[in-house]
Design a protein around this ligand. Structure first.
Ligand SMILES: [Zn+2]
Length: 433
């Protein structure tokens, strides 16, 4: 079959000037709606000394104060269930997702019917860019419990026309039993899960390559953009990796790689604005090739729980603003969570950089243990299966990442979901034994 090149050609290939005109109109409406209907945003705008009618052009966005997850949580704690930033009548809400994050305090994210439709459309653009097509049978192997990556991404994948199997987590043995009935062609999961599934298959005497998957659609870990890790997954499964990116607080999936496989295209045109800011100062960073900053999102048409200038804590690098595929959404690579970044004597380190280096040396399971703050070298890194290469690995880390570490052999927990890579003992966390 030959399929169309884009899921939504009009939105995905719209010239920048048109997108701008459309988005400026929507932005002005969204800001006044938030101001009129929610005490939360009325308070925030007043504190920032901004009137809603002063936000007309995209440049005016920078006048609005940021919104953080902590503020949203406080608002919901004071006025359960949705806080005082909810913009829709409760009767119009059709779905609620819950995120907990590292602090464990939940945040409820609500969707009206229209919000649910927007989420599915944006996700479908991204999944189509990654390679999902109507003749695919996609195993959806992320948690369905509360989490946006479950039902929301499922519905977005379904919107591409693909057949989606709601597998969830904890089903690997059953999945392998059902394999020949289901005849899957693709999997949608974290980057780590196909590795786990390959091991489970190998234990039953089945070579992953013999299972016939053609596409590994991955999400949620910076590893999706790491050349070495991708190549290894591709060789292991005989399938192609397509990376995607989502953020539960904003939508589900909202960016995906095209066939160029060089960065994630932002796919939220017409529904979400994205800015880059310097993580510490919050100063705007221009979106141009090579620029690095934290992604900040503003909903343009979210009805239930709208966000204005939401600090994602995800740090990204802009790959390019143009692409041979014709999509006009800029391309980026996620470097890591600004919360996970640590500093060793002036050097900023993202656990994802350590991950890529260790994987290149054949080590998939590792954890960084920060004993005290400020962090002092040598930084303890626990590695499973280090095989006497402690010195070699420590030297490689020093040479490429510019900090001193001490590598120690350790047995690390197996997981189907995202592996925990960073333990802060000084913040009361317990290191793996
Ligand atoms: Zn492209």
């Amino acid at each position: 079959m030959t399929w169309a090149r884009y899921f939504d050609e009009r939105a995905e290939t719209m010239p920048a000037a048109w997108t701008r005109r459309l988005e400026e109109e929507l932005l002005a409406d969204q800001v006044s709606r938030c101001y009129e209907r929610t005490p939360f945003y009325r308070r925030k705008l007043a504190a920032g000394g901004v009137r809603p009618e002063q936000v007309e052009r995209l440049e005016d966005l920078a006048r609005l104060p940021f919104t953080t997850k902590e503020e949203l949580r406080e608002s919901q704690a004071a006025e359960p269930p949705f806080g005082d930033f909810v913009c829709a009548d409760p009767v119009d809400i059709v779905r609620t997702h819950v995120t907990s994050g590292t602090t464990g305090i939940p945040l409820l994210l609500a969707y009206t019917e229209r919000d649910a439709r927007s989420s599915a459309q944006i996700g479908a653009r991204a999944f189509w860019a990654c390679g999902a097509r109507p003749d695919d049978v996609v195993l959806h192997c992320l948690s369905y419990s509360f989490y946006t990556g479950g039902v929301s991404d499922h519905l977005a994948m379904e919107a591409t026309g693909a057949t989606v199997v709601p597998v969830g987590l904890g089903q690997s043995a059953r999945l392998l039993e059902l394999w020949s009935e289901l005849r899957p062609t693709a999997i949608f999961s974290t980057l780590t899960y196909p590795l786990y599934l390959a091991e489970a298959a190998a234990e039953t005497g089945v070579e992953p390559r013999a299972l016939g998957l053609r596409k590994l659609l991955v999400t949620g870990e910076p590893g999706g953009q790491m050349a070495f890790t991708r190549r290894r997954m591709e060789e292991l499964w005989g399938a192609e990796v397509g990376d995607s990116y989502g953020i539960s607080d904003v939508w589900g999936t909202l960016a995906g790689e095209c066939e160029e496989r060089a960065g994630l295209h932002f796919c939220g045109q017409g529904a979400t604005l994205v800015e880059l800011v310097e993580p510490e100062s919050g100063d705007p960073v221009a979106v141009e090739p090579g620029a690095e900053g934290e992604l900040v999102f503003t909903h343009l048409d979210r009805e239930a729980t709208p966000l204005l200038r939401f600090r994602s804590r995800d740090v990204a690098v802009v790959v390019d603003v143009e692409c041979a595929c014709g999509r006009t959404g800029f391309r980026f690579r996620v470097v890591g969570r600004s919360d996970d970044m640590f500093r060793v004597r002036g050097v900023n380190v993202f656990p994802s950089a350590v991950e890529e280096l260790l994987r290149e040396h054949g080590c998939d399971r590792f954890a960084i243990v920060l004993e005290r703050f400020p962090v002092e070298p040598p930084v303890a890194i626990l590695v499973e299966g280090v095989n006497g290469k402690e010195e070699e690995l420590a030297e490689a880390v020093r040479a490429r990442l510019s900090f001193t570490c001490a590598i120690r052999e350790a047995a690390l927990p197996r997981t189907e979901t995202k592996a925990k890579r960073l333990y802060r003992l000084y913040a009361g966390e317990d290191a793996p034994a």
